[in-house]
Ligand binder design. Structure first.
Ligand code: H79
Length: 440
């Protein structure tokens, strides 16, 4: 196996695209897009595909060792009669999210969009026959919210995906000579071209799956997957499109954002970010609302709206975006539990958004009472529990302090670098009470 990959790597290294993004210098358009992205702070992730039907999450094919030919029959019953892209986008926008990242194709290999590269797609391969991503792109354009595409490097159903990696070994793909890795890489480029030419401006391409070949070292990954070729293609087609890759490694040249899976940057709470440091790129943390990405019919373990609001503040306090997931049902609707949480987050952001959007990591690291974000000379304290009185060391002299929600003045005493605040109405909001401190 190792020898095969080494040969592939050597062959690919000769390819032109393979080195195109080394020494990558982002264009001015790209840098502007990074700034917009970082200012957005909150996006909604959508995991949707054929796997919504069995309702056991997007890894069901691997977990149940479903043969790919049998799994593909799920396309025959893909008919989400209640799918309404505009309703999704409106709910997500009202929830305060500024962008949507949707699975254009997950590890199961089914494409949610019109693709000439494979008939195994929503338009040509299902009775529904509609271009899900096309409808979503139109609704996003109308509602003024950015659209990002998730794209899987792994494919559990294609015979040209060979050598196989660590996952999807029980799905019936032949482990033999039928494989044609170069053909698979060409297929990826064809699909990326479609995604970047069929749907208007795309905010980001979000790759996932490099870890499938993590038996090979980090240095080998760009050539194995033709990452530099893909990144160059994306940047050529849309210079402002950001490239992110959920490989759990330090970023490679050509990547514009760094992704953390179920992990506030620097904490490695899910254990996926083991060897990755926190780079200077814009950061994004993706997280589930319950325990599943794709629709899971029995997963009722939803985090509360308050917890999610605090998680958003915690990611912002580390200078990162939160990409919060929803797994739509097979009928095309978003689960009520998810809608209710979005609504609560939207209400909170309506009032407290100033302390999240366009902010940077706060100069005071996480404390027992909460976290901080900042913008210019304003420092936002996010109080996670009732805090009648609070003493802090500040980097400058305090000019004024107010409760962001009510606009109520917070009285304070200042002496030599420390300030003591008296919160007039502690825990008016149970989720996160924000105090805005204006410094001189
Ligand atoms: O799309 C969602 C998931 O389906 C996908 N990423 C999110 C956003 C994902 N699921 N799991 N992972 C990513 C992490 C991969 C876990 C692994 Fe392994 C552990 C890869 C290598 C070790 C499982 C066990 C696969 C091979 C061995």
């Amino acid at each position: 196996m190792k020898r095969i990959l080494v040969i592939i790597v050597a062959l690919l290294a000769l390819g032109v695209g393979a080195v195109a993004q080394e020494g990558y210098v982002p264009t001015p358009e790209n840098l502007a897009a990074r700034e917009r992205f970082a200012a957005d702070r909150f996006g909604v992730f959508i995991h949707w595909g054929l796997y919504a039907q069995p309702g056991r999450g997007e890894w069901v094919m691997q977990q149940q060792n479903i043969d790919y030919r049998e799994y593909a029959r799920l396309a025959n019953s893909f008919y989400p009669s209640k799918f309404d892209a505009r309703a999704w986008v409106r709910a997500i926008k009202a929830g305060g999210a500024r962008y949507i990242t949707i699975t254009s194709r997950h590890h199961d290999g089914f494409s949610l969009f019109r693709s000439a590269a494979t008939p195994y797609n929503a338009v040509d391969g299902t009775p529904f026959g509609r271009d899900i991503l096309g409808e979503l792109a139109e609704a996003c354009r109308e509602e003024g919210i950015r659209l990002h595409f998730y794209y899987s490097h792994v494919d559990w159903g294609r015979t040209d995906y060979w050598p196989r990696g660590r996952s999807g070994l029980g799905t019936g793909r032949p482990d033999g000579k039928e494989g044609d890795w170069q053909h698979y890489l060409d297929f990826i480029n064809r699909q990326l071209t479609e995604l970047l030419t069929q749907y208007g401006p795309i905010g980001a391409i979000w790759f996932d799956g490099v870890w499938d070949h993590d038996a090979e070292p980090r240095e080998a990954q760009p050539a194995i997957w033709n990452l530099y070729g893909q990144y160059a293609l994306i940047h050529r087609l849309q210079p402002g499109c950001l490239v992110g890759n959920n490989h759990h490694l330090d970023p490679f040249p050509g990547e514009d954002i760094q992704i953390f899976e179920k992990d506030v940057p620097g904490e490695n709470e899910a254990g996926f970010s083991g060897t990755a440091g926190v780079s200077r790129l814009p950061l994004e943390t993706c997280q589930t609302m319950n325990h599943s990405w794709g629709y899971n019919i029995t997963d009722r373990a939803y985090k509360s709206a308050d917890e999610l609001i605090r998680y958003l503040a915690r990611t912002a306090s580390k200078g990162a975006n939160l990409l919060l997931n929803i797994g739509p049902r097979p009928d095309g609707t978003l689960p009520e539990e998810a809608l209710a949480r979005l609504e609560e987050m939207g209400k909170w952001l309506q009032i407290n958004g100033e302390s999240i959007y366009g902010t940077q990591a706060g100069c005071i690291p996480e404390q027992p009472w909460g976290v901080t974000t900042q913008k210019g000379n304003v420092l936002y304290l996010h109080l996670f529990k009732p805090q009648p009185e609070l003493t802090l060391e500040l980097p400058g002299k305090l000019k004024s302090a107010v409760l962001l929600a009510e606009g109520t003045t917070v009285s304070f005493k200042q002496k030599k670098g420390t300030v003591t605040l008296t919160i007039p109405d502690p825990a008016a909001s149970t989720a996160d009470q924000v105090v805005a401190l204006t410094l001189r």
